[in-house]
Ligand binder design. Structure first.
Ligand code: E4P
Length: 217
């Protein structure tokens, strides 16, 4: 399973990419709006760091506007992926841009029916938001299971990009279900490293070593 960072923060992206475990980045208008500097320059910098798919979202809600913005986003860098919302215009624009060879990530997906439309429209990625479903009392991960099954039934090539991941359980469950990608904030990726027994075990190994070899040799 691939791991993406859901962030527009260059420092967080640099720090995690340096570890060699990050395959791509997703952004959205809310995330990019928080960062200083020109958002297009920031997206180019992110592409240079991650050297993998970087999603940048259109702001327009009209078909023609989505096409124009989408083409501009795609031209920023070979790694750019155009993020389009799951609306009628978004699906129409997804089909057109995908036919032109531009990779699209269909976002704000909250049902299996919507995910089916994204695949039919040739999306490279579909982004179901599990955390936001949990927030309204539905089990977001159930949707991932449904989408993986539907895509497998018909060999759709659209990759399931689990979005709005809020904790390590979302990530582990996504991996068990065979989802292609999880995108998570840096803080959630940091949580993947933690286990108290690792810290306790390492502490004991080092203390035992220190007792046997006080000089550190
Ligand atoms: C995905 O591409 C979105 O940017 C993101 O995962 C949304 O997450 P949130 O629901 O935590 O804002």
């Amino acid at each position: 399973m691939k791991l993406f960072i859901d962030s527009g923060n260059i420092k967080d992206i640099e720090t995690l990419c340096a570890l060699g475990i990050i395959d791509g980045v997703t952004t959205n208008p809310s995330l990019l709006a928080k960062e200083p500097g020109d958002y297009k320059e920031n997206l180019k910098k992110i592409c240079a760091i991650v050297k993998g798919p970087v999603s940048g979202e259109v702001i327009s809600t009209e078909y023609e506007g989505m096409l124009q913005e989408g083409r501009e986003i795609a031209k920023l860098d070979e790694h750019m992926v155009v993020k389009l919302p799951l609306t009628r215009n978004g699906i129409h624009a997804c089909k057109t841009l995908s036919n032109d060879g531009i990779r699209v990530n269909v976002t704000l997906v909250f049902s299996a029916a919507q995910a089916l439309l994204a695949a039919k429209a040739g999306a490279t990625f579909v982004s179901p938001f599990v955390g936001r479903l949990d927030d309204i009392g539905q089990t977001g991960m159930d949707l991932i299971g449904e989408i993986v099954q539907i895509y497998d039934n018909y060999d759709f090539e659209t990759e399931v990009l689990v979005a709005s991941c809020r904790n390590p359980i979302h990530i582990v469950d996504a991996a068990k279900m065979g989802a292609d990608i999880c995108t998570c904030p840096a803080v959630v990726i940091d949580q993947l490293f933690n286990h108290p027994l690792t810290n306790i075990g390492l502490d004991k190994f080092l203390k035992d070593w220190e007792k046997a070899y006080p000089s550190g040799k």
